[in-house]
Design a protein around this ligand. Structure first.
Ligand SMILES: [Zn+2]
Length: 233
């Protein structure tokens, strides 16, 4: 195997390692991350507290209406049982009953409003609770998948590291130094394929003599334009 081919394989391995390491970092970042669940739980909690508050308001309004109804019954009883005979007193009793009935009407309207609010709040709680249940299920599923991905990526990276070690043992250190230096300055692409006389690193056509040197493969040939190591299949 030519030096260039060995270095090309080393580069393929390094690119694979870089890609998988990046993916693994991303996967690890997602594991255990539950910000969305936390805020959904908090929203449900707030909605539930709001519902409890409205239900309390409804009970208070109901008591108010009942209290006034009892009052009306008591007063009307006085009116019809005939214990009050004085016409002026009867008139004022009737006025009082009308007044309380007016109050009861107002309270009943308030009660109706609260009941509608309770209804809306109940729907909101149900919606949020169902939404949260779906999210939790989805989250658990995702976490399982991420955990599987992590295991797979770690195994792949271990295999790639072994492969890299093996390749390093086969290549002389001077070539490796050149490769590493180029890799650093060329954003990971130290070796470029030479296809139909053109360097695939910079897309420039090279003179025949340079192409021949690359074809021989005895010594490392570099692109006269971009400086990358040239490799021919
Ligand atoms: Zn080039």
């Amino acid at each position: 195997m030519s030096k260039a081919k060995q270095l090309y394989e080393l580069q393929e391995t390094d690119l694979d390692i870089a890609h998988k390491a990046e993916t693994l970092a991303h996967v690890k970042e997602q594991i255990g991350k539950d910000d969305e669940l936390v805020s959904a739980r908090a929203a449900l909690d707030t909605a539930h507290k709001h519902l409890l508050d409205l239900e309390h308001q409804q009970r208070t309004a109901e008591w108010g209406v009942n209290e006034l109804a009892t009052k009306i019954t008591t007063e009307e009883k006085k009116l019809y049982e005939g214990s009050v005979k004085n016409p002026r007193e009867l008139m004022s009793l009737q006025q009082e009953i009308d007044l309380i009935k007016g109050q009861r009407g107002e309270r009943e309207e308030q009660l109706l409003t609260v009941m509608m609010e309770v209804d809306a709040a109940q729907r909101d709680v149900t919606l949020k609770r169902d939404g949260l249940a779906v999210m939790e299920k989805e989250w658990a599923k995702n976490q399982k998948r991420l955990s599987r991905e992590q295991t797979e990526l770690e195994a792949d990276l271990a295999t790639l590291a072994q492969r890299r070690d093996l390749l390093l043992k086969q290549i002389d250190s001077a070539s490796i130094n050149i490769y590493e230096e180029l890799r650093r300055v060329k954003q990971g692409l130290a070796v470029a394929k030479l296809v139909q006389g053109r360097c695939q690193g910079c897309r420039i056509s090279l003179p025949v003599s340079a192409q021949q040197k690359a074809r021989m493969g005895q010594k490392l040939a570099t692109c006269s334009n971009c400086g990358r190591i040239l490799y021919m299949d």
